[in-house]
Design a protein around this ligand. Structure first.
Ligand code: ADP
Length: 399
């Protein structure tokens, strides 16, 4: 069979990320993003296998113009073997338990989920509709951040509030980063010589957004994010869990509106809020090494909260085959891994410091001390997972 390529698209409100994934190459044939769409500063940046970065100004371009500008690049990079387009979609509600071929019904269901993800799903829909117009002959697939977590049991996904909010308004825990948790859970099993269908993992996706997940036999049983990606861990700019009464408190004491409070908790909190310096872990590690106290505290809070979440997730596991670190922080920060594992002696966890220091910059490896449960560093690859799902769905179609 000829090598097949899939174009993976991740549309945000003002950005469009893309990757051309080939079955035959471990690295994307082409990857990049259009940034600051609909502004005078719109720019398309991309790189091919040679990793040389190129860019083109596209002042005022919207999603459609950006995708159009992408077409010749895709063709040049191997688009003659383009078999399909895979779209990342943030919220699939309860409708989508797995990746799905896009047709009119799928589009309507994604649209019906907009109230649950008012910032993300409209942008995802825009990307899908534009790609369908530009590539009318190519099958398109939606891969949902929430779908993997639809296997959570009801006691894990329900909030302890009256049932009517769930029944009438879909208020429940959905979880996000599902594509990443699923991918690294599978890779952890492969790396360890275990069957995906008979293995139990705690996974920690630590990027700008952060979440943990309990995976049993290839299925998510619990995860730290909830109705929205704000629940759970402290993150780059998100507070993670706070006392829900904080909203009322700020409204009463400061007279703040809901919009102001949401902005505070989503965009000004987390590592940025605690450190007063940055949402970027690299900058905070550097500041910590120079004795910056708020940066040091931000890292300590981040790691303690991560450990607490992993301990909580362990309630969903019958046994522990290993803990997996992934995402920009999980893959690179030996400090964060060490500080969080140090809080978990009751799970029997212990680090091999030399292995921990070595596993950075995209390396896969085990970092646990001998005789202790596995601690694995596994780079995530959501684009590859989306491409694999796209091809699997195409293969399942009647020919
Ligand atoms: P996104 O969620 O946007 O995909 P990433 O997965 O790229 O984000 O993760 C971004 C985070 O990873 C940032 O906090 C960044 O500082 C952190 N990071 C990247 N490289 C390193 C490193 N070498 N050491 C510590 N943190 C790092």
């Amino acid at each position: 069979m000829a090598t097949r390529n899939v174009l993976v698209i991740n549309c945000g409100s003002s950005s469009l990320k893309f990757a051309l994934i080939s079955q035959a190459h471990p690295q994307p044939l082409l990857a990049g993003q259009a940034e600051r769409l609909n502004s005078p500063e719109t720019v398309l940046r991309w790189w091919r296998g040679d990793r040389i970065r190129r860019q083109r100004e596209l002042p005022g371009a919207d999603h459609r113009i950006a995708l159009q500008a992408l077409l010749p690049l895709v063709e040049e990079a191997g688009g003659d073997r383009l078999y399909g387009i895979g779209h990342r979609v943030v919220h699939g509600g309860e409708q989508f338990t797995q990746s799905t071929l896009i047709d009119a019904q799928t589009l309507a269901a994604i649209r019906a989920t907009v109230p649950l993800a008012p910032l993300h799903n409209p942008a995802n829909l825009l990307g899908i509709e534009t790609a369908m117009q530009l590539f009318p002959d190519l099958p398109q697939v939606a891969v949902f951040d929430t779908a993997f977590h639809q296997s959570m049991p009801e006691h894990a996904y329900r909030y302890a509030i009256p049932e009517r909010f769930y029944r009438d308004h879909g208020v429940r825990r959905y979880g996000f980063h599902g594509t990443s948790h699923r991918y690294v859970g599978q890779r952890a099993a492969e790396f360890s010589g275990l069957a995906v269908g008979d293995s139990c993992w705690l996974t920690a996706h630590l990027g700008n957004g952060c979440s943990t997940c309990a995976i049993v036999d290839g299925q998510s049983r619990d995860t730290s994010m909830g109705l929205t990606p704000l629940e759970g861990l402290a993150m780059g700019t998100r507070s993670g869990d706070v006392d829900p009464n904080l909203h009322g408190h700020l409204a009463r004491v400061l007279g703040w509106s809901l919009t102001e409070i949401e902005h505070l908790l989503n965009s000004e909190s987390g590592l940025l809020g605690l450190s007063g310096l940055s949402n970027d872990m690299r900058s905070l590690e550097q500041a910590r090494s120079q004795g910056h106290r708020p940066a040091t505290l931000a890292i300590e809070v981040f790691c303690y909260r991560l450990a607490k979440s992993l301990a909580a997730m362990s309630c969903a596991l019958p046994r522990l085959d290993g803990v997996v670190f992934t995402g920009g922080i999980g893959e690179n920060s030996a400090l964060v891994r060490a500080r969080s594992v140090a809080h978990l002696p009751l799970l029997g966890l212990a680090l091999d410091e030399a292995a921990n220091a070595r596993c950075v910059g995209g390396a896969t490896g085990a970092i646990n001390a001998p005789g202790h449960p596995r601690l694995l560093v596994i780079p995530t690859n959501e684009e590859k997972q989306i491409a694999q799902d796209t091809l699997a769905l195409l293969d399942a179609q009647p020919h």
